[in-house]
Ligand binder design. Structure first.
Ligand code: SF4
Length: 569
């Protein structure tokens, strides 16, 4: 084992007078000291034991597992901070460790960090929103991206600005801790929580409580791979919980069920759309106040049993596939020490339909006289000056909050009827819109080749070209159509659940093997009340041909549908 570590890591380990790090490194393996190694203790013990079990079973830990073991990324913070201040690019293992602090080194596309925040339920105060814009100006590229986890990212952060940026987040009550690498990512919840006519449950306290549970427990940071949790309150805007490892869905249980009637959270597990799987119903229902401890137990079973040898097979889905739900849930129940409640679907009221336009435009809140107003952002990008003015609008015309959605846009909330026109006019003056449009309301694109080394195409740029082309050629498009454009198999834009999904692919254009950016295309994906993984129809089309291909699909749909009530899906 020790031979697997480079000289620097060995020196680091030798520096530990207590020998704790050495025990981490060697665990129950070859110690050469005569006696058995010390039993791992502390918050890292759960990961170390899982690594030891992997090696004892004949597995070879992947690089990232070795890096985690050689140095806890959180304990390495001060060293990383000193090294970043020199302005040098981080080594691969330190690039991985920085991700525990929310910073991603973007090379070769850029030589700077991208920072990803944590925003539980996607909701910010106006002063936090403008504060992020100020940080983007002071330390980054002067713009922010809204992500598909209702979160914000700031790009172009020079190494020497990395720590000042993180310090600045703390000043405005935010953190980036655990937003990358093998951690539980930003916690999503219904963006219309607390203001929605049809919601069954306000997800805000659940998302915030779970976020705080995660970031205050260091034993929940050494997962075999990243992990997503989402809370759907049954509202009118989809939160895509079925694409998460753990999804909670608010449901109404009827009289005659095995539990008391009322609102419960249904547990769905194993969503990972990039691996063509959506979360499936476990039959289990929970009281909302039990979601944290049950999530905790589910994740600890995953930490102990997830694959630590192959990053492509290390998500929880693969443990579920290998074990089946019954075995996995039995292990969760053993950890909890009690049986979880199950309910026959026949005793559950069907979920009310979501509305694909509800995250855009003006909508009456459950509170009389108040409205939420959804603003479309061009594939999630906003300049700092726009952010500050949007924050002022929230403060002066709404309840002061900004609610990000998984649709790469945001809502103002608490806007009185008399202020609606002013909000729309001020948004329009920024070059943005609150008007729902068939193609742009469901247009989702990942970072793409402008900022991600994995991308095979310029997803954001191509998304804008496709939208412009469709608007020009098909003005009669009168229904929302989701077009999701993702740059690689990591599926950050979840192409498999789009009506039309494009995934980046290098297209070979010469016998010598020259390539140009392009896409494979899937159609027919869905979410919320119509969850479905899309079906591939074309491979390796050139990016320049993507607009006309999308137009052709939509033209065929418009020609053959029975009416606007027949969706593209
Ligand atoms: Fe990068 Fe791939 Fe994610 Fe797009 S889907 S942001 S290319 S990792």
């Amino acid at each position: 084992m020790a031979e697997d570590f480079n000289a620097e890591q060995k020196r680091y380990l030798e520096g530990f007078a207590s020998g704790v790090a050495a025990a981490r490194l060697t665990g129950g393996l070859a110690i050469g000291q005569g006696g058995p190694p010390p039993e791992p203790t502390g918050p890292d013990a759960i990961h170390i034991k899982a690594q030891d079990a992997t090696v004892k079973a004949g597995g070879k830990l992947c690089e990232q597992e070795k890096w985690k073991r050689a140095e806890n990324p959180f304990e390495g913070h001060n060293r990383l901070k000193v090294e970043a201040a020199t302005g040098k690019a981080p080594k691969p293992e330190d690039n991985f460790r920085w991700r525990y602090h929310g910073l991603f080194w973007v090379a070769p596309n850029q030589t700077s960090f991208m920072a990803r925040l944590r925003i539980p339920n996607g909701i910010l105060h106006h002063w936090q929103f403008s504060g992020v814009a100020d940080l983007a100006d002071a330390h980054g590229g002067g713009f922010v991206h809204v992500t598909t986890r209702a979160n914000l990212q700031v790009r172009h952060i020079a190494p020497e600005h990395a720590q000042p940026f993180l310090d600045g987040l703390v000043d405005i009550g935010l953190t980036a801790r655990g937003s990358g690498a093998d951690n539980i990512r930003n916690v999503t919840g219904s963006p219309t929580a607390g203001i929605d006519h049809q919601e069954l449950l306000d997800t805000r306290p659940l998302a915030k409580s779970w976020n705080n549970w995660i970031i205050n427990d260091q034993s929940l940071y050494g997962l075999p791979r990243k992990f997503n949790v989402a809370f759907d309150g049954g509202g009118i805007v989809a939160v895509l919980e079925e694409t998460n490892d753990i999804g909670f869905q608010a449901i109404e249980v009827l009289e005659g069920a095995s539990v008391t009637p009322g609102v419960w959270m249904r547990l769905v597990l194993g969503g990972i759309s990039g691996h063509r799987d959506l979360a499936r119903d476990t039959g289990i229902v929970l009281k909302p106040e039990d979601c944290n401890k049950v999530s905790d137990a589910i994740i600890r079973v995953f930490i102990e049993n997830g694959d630590r040898t192959n990053r492509n097979k290390s998500r929880m889905k693969y443990v579920l596939d290998a074990w089946g739900f019954d075995k996995y849930l039995a292990a969760v129940e053993e950890k909890l020490g009690y049986k979880l409640d199950r309910v026959d679907p026949a005793h559950v009221v069907p979920r009310k339909a979501t509305d694909r336009f509800a995250h855009v435009g003006v909508h009456a809140q459950v509170q009389p006289g108040l409205n939420w107003i959804g603003v479309i952002l061009p594939v999630g990008k906003i300049m700092s000056d726009q952010v500050r003015e949007l924050a002022r609008i929230a403060q002066e015309c709404g309840d002061g909050q900004i609610r990000m959605t998984v649709w790469q846009n945001f809502l103002f909330s608490g806007v009185p009827d008399v202020k609606v026109a002013e909000v729309e006019a001020r948004v329009a003056a920024l070059g943005l819109t609150t008007k729902a449009a068939g193609i742009r309301s469901g247009l989702v694109a990942c970072t793409g080749s402008n900022g991600c080394k994995f991308a095979a195409a310029d997803t954001k740029g191509d998304a804008m070209i496709i939208a412009g082309h469709v608007e020009a050629t098909l003005p009669e498009l009168d229904v929302p159509v989701n077009v999701h454009i993702t740059g690689c198999h990591h599926s950050c834009a979840q192409h498999y659940i789009g009506d039309i999904g494009l995934i980046g692919a290098k297209v070979v254009v010469s016998e010598e093997g020259d390539t140009v950016p392009g896409y494979d295309v899937v159609v027919g994906g869905g979410f919320a009340e119509n969850p479905k993984i899309g079906t591939g129809i074309w491979t390796a089309i050139k990016a320049e041909d993507a607009p006309s291909r999308v137009e052709a699909l939509l033209r065929t749909y418009l020609a053959r549908r029975t009416g606007p009530e027949e969706s593209f899906q």
